[in-house]
Design a protein around this ligand. Sequence first.
Ligand code: SAM
Length: 210
Amino acid sequence: MKTLFNTDELRRIFGKYLATHHQQDADTGSLGFAGIHYAFLRVLKPMRALAVGSAKGFIPAVMGKALADNGVGALDFVDAGYKEGVDANAWSGQGFWRDKPDDWFEGLPVRTFVMTFEEFCAEAKSAIWGYAYIDSDHSREGTSRHMTLAWNRLPAGAILSLHDTDAASGHPSTQGPHAAVKEFLEAVPSASAVALSAFPGLTLIQKQGA
Ligand SMILES: C[S@@+](CC[C@H](N)C(=O)[O-])C[C@H]1O[C@@H](n2cnc3c(N)ncnc32)[C@H](O)[C@@H]1O
């Protein structure tokens, strides 16, 4: 066995959900950053997890697979459905979620909400998440806003993860998240964080006890 996944399932996920910029490698079966989300979800076993923003669902699908393999838990996947060239905060979104195919995450415990994260939080007032992932509005202000919205709904021990947090490449999508995470960690020194510098960066922040 070369991977923890069934090889057919791995091929299906790579073929359907469009993996980009996650240090993944379909040829060798490496999930890259998605494997990190998978591992944390298998250990933390949250009843509810969150993913905000995705091109065609690669990270939400792998997160959903982790919850399915746990046998408990569901993922709230939220994306505004913005389209590059049309909407100001698309950040390479292609408007895919606006015309989302029915049951795109068929067989996985993933609930899709095509709305802004701000709207979702206003509606889902009682939602709390044991693991959260943000890859949405990549401006500094937008990332900070989404970090705060998610962080306030995490219990102690939960993890907030963010994509595109390594600014070293100079890539425009990384500048805002990098600055927002830096500010956040200065303001919340009790949080413990790991910042992977592999392009385009992934940061994991664990909330400590109250
Ligand atoms: C496509 S992802 C960025 C690409 C991603 N790094 C990848 O690896 O594929 C960005 C997504 O964030 C979404 N987005 C932007 N602002 C948002 C908001 N306020 N709430 C929810 N989703 C948002 C966009 O609709 C877009 O689909």
